[in-house]
Ligand binder design. Structure first.
Ligand code: 5GP
Ligand code: ZN
Length: 111
């Protein structure tokens, strides 16, 4: 079995609050939310960072984010989309994921 925590969430070996599932992409609530809406969007396939995604995988994730933004009610109000890439980016889970943050206003620059 994969050691990767997000692979295990995608395969339902460990539980998470799922908000979206397709053949290629899943999304679930972050266990330590930093915004009232904090969704993690991941490819089902294990890819370490955004630099490892194919064009097709990017397209699938983009489509999922579009659907999730509408379903979660932030398409009109706006939201923040974050990807932490590698050590300097602050990535702590080595399975590429996008943080979709909403339902409050977000400021710039981030911390
Ligand atoms: P990173 O710092 O790698 O960009 O973000 C990893 C995120 O994954 C963090 O916000 C953290 O709270 C979340 N996370 C880590 N492990 C789990 C888990 O087992 N379940 C859920 N739902 N979120 C997790
Ligand atoms: Zn993985």
């Amino acid at each position: 079995m994969s050691e990767c925590i997000f692979c295990q969430i995608a395969s339902k070996s460990i539980p998470a609050d799922m908000v979206y599932e397709s053949e290629d992409v899943v999304a679930f609530l972050d266990r330590h939310p930093v915004s009232p809406l904090h969704v993690l969007v991941i490819p089902r396939i294990h890819r370490e960072t955004i630099l490892d995604l194919s064009d097709e995988e990017w397209r699938g994730i983009h489509g999922a984010i579009n659907t999730i933004a509408h379903e979660q009610g932030v398409a009109e109000t706006g939201f923040r989309l974050v990807n932490n890439c590698g050590v300097d980016g602050g990535q702590t889970v080595a399975h590429v994921h996008f943080h979709l943050l909403g339902k409050r206003s977000h400021h710039w620059p981030p911390g």
